[in-house]
Design a protein. Structure first.
Length: 59
């Protein structure tokens, strides 16, 4: 498990959670100029979406 900081839209704030990105729960996208999504994971009863760059994943 890895601790990551995410932005929880339901709570409207940043929080630190433990989560492991695996092939079973995550879809990674190639680094293409037309796509701004780095990965999408099935997590915490919702989707964890991370854009490319240095942004926080959004739940």
């Amino acid at each position: 498990m890895k601790e990551i900081t995410i932005y929880n839209t339901l709570k409207g704030r940043l929080e630190t959670v433990s989560f492991e990105f695996t092939d079973e729960n995550t879809t990674w996208f190639d680094d293409l100029e037309d796509y701004y999504i780095y990965r999408i994971a099935d997590a915490f009863g919702g989707l964890l979406v991370q854009e490319t760059g240095y942004t926080y994943p959004i739940l």
